[in-house]
Design a protein around this ligand. Structure first.
Ligand SMILES: [Zn+2]
Length: 364
């Protein structure tokens, strides 16, 4: 297949960009470098540190440690949703260094911003829900998330086992995928992926060591090792599950589109911005607590349209996007609550696990 392209222009993106620019200009507010975001970052950092200190140095029994490990997992999740994600998209600040530092929080919590960015910013954000390119839906054999993926017998049960596998997401990322990517770019075929700099390799190894020392070695000095390992597993199960569910609810649901490019030209018969709206779903848009915690990931449509705008603006921008979608006849999918989005993803897993033929909505 040729390179995938979006040939159609209906003027949707131009109108939307003009309206969003006007929103910022008339209110004299900045898309990035907002004090609200700096305050939020400080609050989340405090939450992380307080949870960690209490968990490792103050907790004297497992039943005190249990709520603290959950608090730590939710706090780290908040770092990913809010700080790292905005930084990686250059949406935190106008300063490249500040954005880099915020994206680098991913390495501090055990991941790798270099490899995450390649997969997320380029493949997922450009080719959303296109089978074979968007790695968020290309999960190989265990999950079937798009009608264009072939079905295996095991998929019949995927709406049950998928959730258990989500719990292993961050463990797989941190201890397998990142290292595999590192070896591939250092020792694999030169044209396969862009190389990474020596500085990034040193930072990669140093931050992995840093992560191992604060998550395993330091706690093991104060607590039995089996408890440390058990709580690390629990931490990753919560983190992996939360991250996976929030990301999947945005695209792997039956009310969004899974377009197929033309087999010979690679052409997607749509305007890029409309493709972004039609392949994405929002949830709990009127819930201020979810809005604060999920970092605007419940406003995924706005995030996909304006990834370089800080997520704190997505709620007001959603009114502009909805109005423009209505004018251009573009379907804007939003689930009123987290639970409705959660159920939609469950149903989609079940639908994709069934044998052919699919209901019409699944192939549109
Ligand atoms: Zn993103």
């Amino acid at each position: 297949m040729e390179k995938i392209t979006f040939q159609m222009h209906r003027g949707f993106h131009e109108v939307l960009k003009a309206r969003v620019n006007e929103y910022f200009a008339t209110r004299a507010i900045r898309p990035r470098d907002n004090w609200q975001m700096y305050l939020k970052t400080a609050l989340i950092a405090t939450w992380v540190l307080m949870s960690y200190i209490s968990l490792v140095f103050l907790a004297s029994s497992w039943y005190v440690a249990l709520p603290l490990v959950l608090s730590f997992a939710f706090a780290i999740c908040a770092v990913g949703f809010n700080i790292q994600h905005d930084g990686a998209h250059q949406a935190f600040s106008n300063s490249k260094n500040v954005n880099w530092l915020m994206a680098f929080t991913m390495d501090l919590i055990g991941g790798s911003h270099v490899f995450w960015r390649r997969k997320h910013n380029i493949l997922h954000h450009t080719y959303t829900n296109i089978n074979g390119v968007d790695e968020d839906i290309f999960d190989g054999s265990m999950f079937r998330l798009s009608p264009d993926q072939s079905r295996k017998k095991i998929h019949r049960f995927q709406h049950f086992y998928t959730y258990a596998l989500y719990a292993f997401l961050t463990l797989k990322w941190m201890f397998y995928d990142d290292w595999k990517s590192l070896f591939r770019v250092r020792f694999g075929k030169a044209d396969e992926q862009p190389r990474i700099s020596n500085r990034d390799v040193i930072l990669f190894v140093a931050t992995k060591a840093f992560h191992a020392s604060y998550s395993l070695i330091i706690p093991a000095l104060f607590h039995p090792i089996w408890l440390v390992i058990l709580f690390n597993l629990l931490f990753h199960f919560v983190l992996g599950f939360m991250l996976a569910v929030v990301f999947q609810m945005a695209h792997a649901v039956g009310d969004v589109a899974f377009p197929t490019p033309d087999k010979t030209t690679g052409d997607i018969d749509n305007e890029w911005a409309i493709h972004q709206v039609e392949t994405t779903a929002n949830f709990a848009m009127n819930n201020p607590i979810i809005g604060w915690y999920a970092g605007g990931l419940n406003f995924q449509i706005e995030h996909h349209l304006f990834p370089r705008i800080c997520h704190i603006h997505y709620r007001p921008l959603s009114a502009i996007v909805q109005k423009t979608c209505a004018e251009f006849g573009v379907h804007y999918q939003s689930y009123s609550t987290f639970l409705k989005g959660f159920v939609a993803h469950f149903r989609w897993l079940r639908t994709m696990g069934k044998a052919y033929p699919f209901p019409e909505t699944a192939t549109s």
